[in-house]
Design a protein around this ligand. Structure first.
Ligand SMILES: Cc1cc2nc3c(=O)[nH]c(=O)nc-3n(C[C@H](O)[C@H](O)[C@H](O)COP(=O)(O)OP(=O)(O)OC[C@H]3O[C@@H](n4cnc5c(N)ncnc54)[C@H](O)[C@@H]3O)c2cc1C
Length: 354
């Protein structure tokens, strides 16, 4: 584990060694920028609150960077069920959504970290950014070191240090709990549990993962809603281990002062409706690296503008989809009468396009 800084100035300093930060680092190396350092507050293998599903497009994006999802024990769970108010509405033959055998992200993120290190990316672990002097192009770390940068990349998630430079926006809250179980292999997606979100129960290889999302409202007791959900499913699990995190709703400012970039969740590169964010995080890292290597941040701004258009549409869908009338009509009429078409749209648009 590399935990010393050999220099006090870098061409690129990346804050956060999640998928977006490491994708930025790997792409910078690919484009010939080697004078880089990544700062990560945890030590790998580190936990990240995430369902850990990857779509076939996400799988390809990792493969393009040299990481095989198959080697990280990802496979398809065929049985995919959609439920509304606990009643089964649709069975989908899942073709595009892959699940890790531990149904979390620890193995994927750790393998990606090891790949980055093996390719020469230096990750300073167990250290976080504590202060930033924009006028001096300098960050201070929790170990007291100060580093100057030519380019600074915030890849530190929805609510990280970089979020202080962004406007306050709505967020999705997502919670999850994993525990050993003997449940049959399946992914169940539940609607009607939270007001503007979905819940999932996926079981694979002796582990069950239960999760829930909603557009965040501070007055709501999400733990209580989660416990009720578990109880309704007759699942007995210790909620002490319940974890939660935020995901962004909407695109944020991609570049500040011409040399400070935001990638992944830090720029809002996460689908506000499905909460699928891994591929968008990896891609934002790729375009950010290209912009830095070419000295042309328009490359990155253009990429984020495209994403903004896509997510604006998803934000409208988020509003319409969770209207009581849409849910009622969709699950009671549409799923029954046009089940095959709904399954096709679900597979091809909501899963395979992400
Ligand atoms: C419950 C839940 C379920 C999800 N399920 C899925 C899913 O199934 N599929 C999918 O594609 N997406 C999913 N997402 C979204 C996905 O997790 C994110 O979009 C993705 O992790 C974004 O990657 P990132 O690299 O931008 O941020 P992160 O993965 O959050 O990485 C940020 C990194 O920065 C580090 N960091 C933070 N602050 C500092 C600091 N001050 N100094 C140094 N380091 C710091 C963190 O430790 C972390 O390692 C889910 C999200 C949640 C919350």
């Amino acid at each position: 584990m590399e935990n010393t800084i050999r220099k006090d100035r870098y061409k690129a300093v990346i804050i956060g060694a999640g998928p977006a930060g490491l994708a930025t680092a790997l792409n910078l190396l690919k484009y010939g920028v080697t004078d880089i350092i990544v700062i990560e507050k945890y030590v790998f293998p580190r936990y990240k609150c995430c369902a850990g599903y990857i779509t076939s497009k996400t799988k390809t994006a990792y493969e393009e960077l040299g990481l095989s999802a198959d080697d990280c024990h990802y496979s398809l769970i065929k049985d995919f069920n959609i439920l509304y108010k606990f009643k089964s509405r649709l069975k989908i033959n899942n073709k595009f959504l892959y699940t890790n055998r531990y149904i979390d992200r620890v193995e994927l993120d750790n393998s990606f970290f090891e790949l980055a290190e093996s390719k020469g990316v230096t990750v300073l672990q167990g250290v976080k950014i504590t202060a930033h002097r924009i006028d001096e192009n300098e960050v201070t770390l929790s170990d007291g070191n100060k580093i100057k940068y030519e380019n600074l990349i915030f890849a530190d998630g929805t609510c990280g240090f970089g979020s202080r430079y962004q406007k306050k926006q709505r967020r999705n809250v997502a919670m999850q709990l994993t525990f050993p179980s003997t449940a049959a292999e399946a992914i169940d997606i539940h609607f009607g549990i939270t007001k503007r979100g979905y819940a999932w129960v996926s079981s694979y290889g002796g582990i069950t993962n239960v999760g829930m999302t909603d557009v965040y409202k501070s007055a709501k007791d999400y733990k209580e809603i989660f416990c009720k959900f578990l109880k309704s499913l007759n699942l007995d699990a210790d909620v002490e281990n319940l974890k939660s995190a935020f995901t962004p709703i909407g695109i944020r400012k991609p570049v500040l002062n011409d040399n400070i970039y935001f990638v992944g969740d830090a720029v809002g590169a996460c689908d506000p409706l499905t909460l699928s964010g891994l591929r968008y995080g990896l891609k934002s890292g790729e375009f950010c690296a290209r912009a830095i290597a070419d000295g042309n941040n328009k490359i990155y701004k253009r990429h984020i503008r495209k994403l903004k258009r896509k997510f604006s549409f998803m934000k409208i869908l988020l509003k319409i989809f969770y209207l009581k009338s849409t849910l009622f009509f969709g699950f009671n009429v549409f799923c029954r009468c046009f089940g095959k078409s709904v399954a096709k749209i679900f597979n091809n648009y909501f899963v395979n396009k992400k």
